[in-house]
Design a protein around this ligand. Structure first.
Ligand code: AMP
Ligand code: MN
Length: 340
């Protein structure tokens, strides 16, 4: 069989009608507060700042508010230092745009609920808490949805906007590893690169900006890694003492959870952290069809098929076995439908 060498435009669905409603709601208002989830990641920061630069290109006034500061290496990206960090605020803005939050409480910022809320999110189980709700579980990143809105607003992709859209997609796909990537993901990335994004610089800034302390922490965590389910499930565990011994803060843990997945046999990872919460923060990552979101939702959390999490007030020893057993089941169910 001969292979066609013809190239064709990637067929993309036109944005849904809700994008037009969000565009109109934005165009008819002047002052905005933009927020995202507590302990922000690349998608929350990227979505928020891409939206901020787009609204400002239209002459709108924008305030950015989050519960927690972004991990340090995100401060290399434009505008991240503009984000106010507070657990509570008041505003008389015309609208609050909440991105990346399945529930308003996920923002960790009190005092925003009485404004006109626009909810833009791709996490399963979104509670539709806004006056306008756009929930699209098929988006690889909330940044894909923000891209559609920016296009609908007629704002050209500046280098800042393109950088933040790319940041959102790069990080929320787990640097193009997860199962949520579609032709539209690459089409959007193509346009951002055309607008000036340098993928090599982005990857170096996001993934190669570790401190030496973090390298020590990686060593310590992997050294103590435990395997379950015939080596298919990796268990990581971290407490305050370990962080301190390596001279690290909680922000330094970002990304470490993905490392065990680089072993061929390992299908899922669970990371138990007892360092910054009363209780246990549980993060999970998986390959292919191993669905960790289902596991997270059974423990009161959420996320995506290949990246999810939850927090419990319990002692680690009281929950660990239950979580590992449930994950083992998810691994075995996922393997049955694994692509060859
Ligand atoms: P993390 O492991 O904290 O990086 O989170 C991975 C994914 O799970 C992200 O999409 C988070 O938004 C989501 N997630 C983590 N913890 C929770 C939670 N307590 N409730 C809902 N979603 C969560
Ligand atoms: Mn996201």
């Amino acid at each position: 069989m001969t292979q066609s060498t013809e190239t064709s435009a990637v067929p993309l669905d036109s944005p849904p009608e809700i994008v037009g409603r969000i565009r109109d709601a934005i165009l008819s208002r002047q002052r905005f507060v933009l927020t995202s989830h507590a302990r922000p990641d690349g998608d929350s920061i990227g979505s928020q700042l891409a939206m901020a630069y787009a609204l400002e290109a239209l002459g709108k006034e924008v305030r950015l508010v989050n519960a927690d500061a972004a991990p340090e290496h995100y401060f290399e990206f434009p505008g991240v230092d503009r984000i106010e960090i507070t657990p509570e605020t008041t505003t008389d803005a015309d609208a609050v745009i909440v991105m990346e939050c399945s529930d308003l409480t996920r923002t960790g910022v009190a005092g925003l609920g009485d404004r006109f809320l626009i909810n833009i999110d791709h996490h399963a189980g979104n509670r539709m808490y806004g006056a306008i709700n756009w929930f699209d579980e098929s988006a690889a990143a909330c940044g894909e949805m923000v891209f559609d809105i920016i296009k609908a607003l007629g704002v050209p992709l500046s280098e800042e906007i393109a950088t933040h859209i790319y940041l959102a997609i790069l990080t929320d796909t787990g640097s193009f590893h997860h199962s949520n990537i579609t032709p539209r993901t690459f089409e959007i990335c193509r346009q951002t690169v055309e607008a000036g994004v340098n993928p090599a610089i982005m990857a170096r800034r996001v993934y190669d900006s570790n401190s030496f302390g973090k390298l020590k922490l990686i060593g310590a965590l992997l050294d103590q890694m435990v395997l379950a389910d015939h080596g298919r499930l990796a268990i990581l565990q971290m407490d305050d003492a370990m962080l301190e011994a390596c001279g690290c803060t909680n922000n330094d843990t970002e990304g470490i959870i993905n490392l065990p997945l680089t072993a061929r046999e390992i299908q899922a990872v669970v990371f138990f952290k007892t360092s910054d919460v009363d209780g246990v923060r549980v993060s999970m990552r998986s390959k292919y069809d191993v669905d960790v979101r289902m596991v997270a939702s059974e423990f009161g959390g959420g996320g995506h098929k290949n990246a999810a999490g939850f927090t419990l007030p319990d002692r680690l020893s009281d929950i660990q076995d239950r979580v590992v057993q449930r994950l083992t089941r998810a691994v075995n169910e996922g393997l049955r439908t694994r692509p060859s």
